[in-house]
Design a protein around this ligand. Structure first.
Ligand code: ZN
Length: 162
C-alpha cells in the first residue's frame, strides 16, 4: 500500500533548523497520524509523502512558503497593557487570543516583548519564515474509514466524537 488520498498515515519525524538543532521530534512519543490529501500537515510535507511506502525513510527540506508561511511584519502589534484582564500574568513567549477586526474569528498572538505600558504581540506562526528540515520514517499506512474521510482527519484508536 502506498500513500495516496484518503490513506491514514503514521510517521515519526525529527525536525531540525538550519544549524542542525533539533526543534522537535516524535521519537519519544507516539508517531504523528494524519489523513492524506486533506491538508492535515504542512503542504510541503504532504507533497513529499505522496507515493511513499511503509518503512520508507527520507529527508526533506521545506521552504517557508510550503511550511508556515513567510514572516509578515504587518502582523506585529503594540497594544496597551490595560487591554489585558491580567496584565501581571503576561510573560514573553506565551500565546494570547486576539481579534484583528470585529466579526472575525479570534487568532493566536505570541507575546514577544513587555514594556512598561505596552505589550508587543506577534500574530505570525512561531515557525513562520523558517526553513524546516525533516527526517521522516513512515510507520503506518491504512485505509481511512468513511467517517474519517467525511470529517477530513484521522481518528485515534479510542477516539469518538461528532
Ligand atoms: Zn473526526
Amino acid at each position: 500500500m502506498k500513500i495516496e488520498k484518503n490513506k491514514v498515515v503514521g510517521f515519526h519525524y525529527t525536525l531540525t533548523d538550519d544549524d542542525q538543532n533539533v526543534v522537535d521530534t516524535s521519537l519519544n512519543h507516539e508517531p504523528l497520524t494524519y489523513l492524506h490529501g486533506h491538508h492535515g500537515i504542512i503542504p510541503g510535507l504532504e507533497e513529499e509523502m505522496n507515493g511513499k511506502m511503509l518503512n520508507d525513510s527520507f529527508k526533506v527540506r521545506i521552504e517557508p512558503e510550503k511550511a508556515y508561511g513567510n514572516y509578515n511584519h504587518d502582523l506585529v502589534f503594540e497594544v496597551n497593557r490595560s487591554n489585558f484582564s491580567d496584565p501581571d500574568d503576561l510573560e514573553i513567549g506565551i500565546q494570547v487570543q486576539g481579534q484583528m477586526q470585529e466579526n472575525e474569528p479570534p487568532v493566536l498572538l505570541t507575546v514577544t516583548e513587555i514594556k512598561e505600558d505596552t505589550v508587543i504581540l506577534d500574530g505570525n506562526h512561531p515557525m513562520a519564515g523558517q526553513t524546516l528540515n525533516f527526517d521522516i520514517r513512515i510507520v503506518e499506512i491504512r485505509d481511512a474509514s468513511p467517517e474519517e474521510i467525511s470529517h477530513g482527519h484521522a481518528h485515534g484508536p479510542h477516539e469518538h466524537h461528532h
